[in-house]
Design a protein around this ligand. Structure first.
Ligand code: ATP
Ligand code: MG
Length: 584
């Protein structure tokens, strides 16, 4: 089916003014070009052009899923509470889960993700190892009642996701599919024209351990990353293991001294007061964990100029929760002057690995208004455990090759997880293995933020005039701009438009009775990748102008060659965006 549209009948209401609520480029341009409209906070309607681009992304994702043998299904958005109670997430998911009750009083939720539905579906049908592996995917709306929906399609409450789930009899099979998915995700990014990096990540709410996020690099990205130029290592700072290089000012043991520090409660105040760098102080944070039925205090010590990563705190001490105000009251400890010396009996002291070997710690004295300087581990206090605890930062050393890490920001466009048996065990989903024994499925889950990817593409492909789409995601590939609404110019424009459509190019004609300047501005705003400009002066010389939106370069092309040239350009641009990552 040829795609040939007319601007006069296209529903793409453009806006002159930048809407005030739109903080990022993609949000502003999607609204200005009439591609989406906000229906409620974090909830958007897709207009024809937005829908076309979204659909193209879906199609690329679909092709890549089909290619690795995942099969498309369609699962319900409204999900019964019972399944979520079985998995334990009815409690755990919290207020992001939108819950509803039907007329008979039964409870449901709007699917923020579909592990429960798919696990229930498969457990009732798949019985034998012979039916495995199995991989299913869907492209569907998700609903998450996000605390802070913002940045348009980047963080919506209702958004389009491709989610895939796989079931395996053994780890080797799971790993194989996980690798195939990861490569497919790389290929998807490449075909969307995204500058991206796969990064090590933290698995959060979903569970499981092995996981990679695919980050579109962007200044507006919500995620902070570190990466190494010397090797492939890259990680979300939430998960990055790191080697902090330390150069303490005092390297010889000195007698510990207690110093009065009236009113001092923060590292900044302490380092000012003691006239030492925050780097040479040690910050102690308190947490609590259930141990042998008792609530046990945990002190985490990190260099004063670094932040404790709560995820790593949990890796070091599974189940630990950082103390809130009530917790400080419960244990009667002074929040502003905690330290590892003279702790209450039973307190577990966990210190950041970078402090190992430092002989002179400036720490809180566990007494309001006092600190200790030159405290020495092994002499003045004991460290129960050394662990990697801090949020990674550019300048830290790469855990793989020792190179210096750099920082970047990114938009998480997709993520792959190995779930293991988290859902199959809690929901009783098992199969009969080859040896006749009943075993829980090993599972993987894999998500692409389809609507978020649309915005991410714009974040990377826009300029002051508007969007500059990669041809694979553009709502249409070519626009014909006849600069007059009547006469030869209009007729030639119409002819080129028809011939391009017949040649299989997706093409729109700006047949509005508008000034050339208006047509140029709208064409650049919407960002048609190639523009065929037909004007009176050019026609007198037998030429049209061909504009490449991304580079802005215009070239004169003989009228007779125009259709062939444009079709070849589009085909060339498409093959330039073919995936680089090898298909497995
Ligand atoms: P985030 O950390 O950004 O909240 P997530 O890790 O919770 O996302 P996943 O559960 O991994 O999200 O969902 C798979 C994909 O769905 C994400 O990689 C992202 O591209 C997309 N996504 C998640 N939340 C949103 C949202 N609120 N709006 C748009 N896309 C989203
Ligand atoms: Mg994620």
């Amino acid at each position: 089916m040829p795609v040939a549209l007319r601007m006069t009948s296209l529903y793409a209401p453009t806006l002159k003014e930048v809407p005030a609520e739109a903080e990022v480029v993609s949000h502003r341009l999607l609204l200005r070009a009439g591609m989406v409209r906000r229906t409620a906070a974090g909830i958007y309607s897709f207009l024809p052009l937005g829908w076309r681009s979204l659909h193209k992304i879906e199609q690329i994702v679909r092709e890549e899923m089909d290619m690795i043998g995942s099969q498309e299904v369609m699962l319900p958005i409204v999900q019964p509470a019972e399944l979520w109670i079985e998995s334990g997430r009815w409690e755990d998911y919290g207020p992001e889960l939108a819950r509803l009750t039907d007329r008979a009083g039964r409870e449901f939720c709007l699917g923020p993700t579909h592990e429960e539905i798919i696990t229930a579906l498969v457990r009732d049908e798949v019985r034998s190892y012979r039916d495995l592996p199995l991989s299913l995917y869907q492209i569907n709306m998700k609903f998450r009642d996000e605390v802070r929906p913002r940045f348009g399609l980047l963080r919506g409450r209702e958004f389009v996701m491709k989610d895939a789930y796989s079931f395996h009899a053994d780890q080797a099979s799971l790993q194989e599919h996980y690798d195939a998915m990861s490569r497919a995700y790389g290929r998807i990014c490449e075909r969307l024209g995204l500058d991206y990096r796969p990064v090590e990540a933290e698995s959060g709410q979903i569970g499981g351990k092995v996981t990679t996020e695919f980050m579109a690099l962007a200044e507006n990205g919500e995620a902070a990353l570190v990466y190494c130029d010397g090797c492939d290592y890259a990680a979300n700072v939430d998960a990055a293991s790191t080697i902090v290089s330390r150069t303490p000012a005092v390297t010889e043991p000195m007698p510990m001294e207690k110093v009065a520090t009236p009113g001092i409660g923060t590292i900044a105040e302490l380092s000012d007061f003691l006239a030492i760098s925050p780097h040479d102080t040690v910050k102690t944070l308190a947490g609590v964990v259930e141990r042998d039925g008792a609530r046990t205090l945990v002190f985490f010590c990190v260099p004063g100029d670094r932040e404790l990563n709560p995820v790593k705190a949990c890796w070091a001490v599974p189940g630990v929760e950082l103390l809130d105000e009530a917790g400080f009251a419960e244990f009667a400890i002074p929040k502003g002057s905690l330290g590892p010396v003279g702790v209450k009996p039973g307190t577990l002291v966990v210190a950041d690995r970078s402090l190992e070997g430092d002989v002179s710690w400036g720490v809180g004295a566990n007494e309001d208004g006092f600190h200790l300087v030159h405290a020495m581990p092994g002499r003045d206090f004991e460290v129960g455990e050394w662990a990697d605890l801090v949020v990674a930062m550019p300048g830290d050393l790469c855990p793989t090759c020792g190179g210096v890490l750099k920082g970047a920001r990114g938009i998480e466009v997709s993520q792959v997880f190995q779930l293991g048996t988290k859902y199959s065990v809690s929901m009783g989903a098992s199969f009969t293995a080859e040896d006749g024994i009943e075993a829980p499925f090993l599972m993987g889950c894999y998500g692409v933020g389809v609507s978020r990817s649309l915005a991410a593409v714009i974040e990377q492909h826009a300029d002051d005039a508007g969007m500059a789409w990669p041809v694979t995601v553009a709502p249409l590939e070519v626009a014909v701009l006849p600069l007059m609404a009547e006469g030869e110019v209009a007729e030639v424009g119409e002819r080129i438009w028809r011939e391009l459509a017949d040649a299989g190019v997706e093409v729109v004609i700006d047949d509005r009775d508008e000034r050339a300047g208006v047509k140029f501005a709208d064409a650049d705003l919407i960002g048609w990748p190639y523009q065929v400009i037909v004007g009176k002066r050019g026609l007198a010389e037998g030429v049209i102008e061909l504009k490449d939106r991304a580079s802005g370069i215009r070239t004169s092309v003989p009228l007779a060659d125009a259709v062939e040239r444009v079709a070849a350009l589009v085909a060339g641009a498409k093959s330039a965006l073919a995936a680089r990552t090898a298909h497995p």
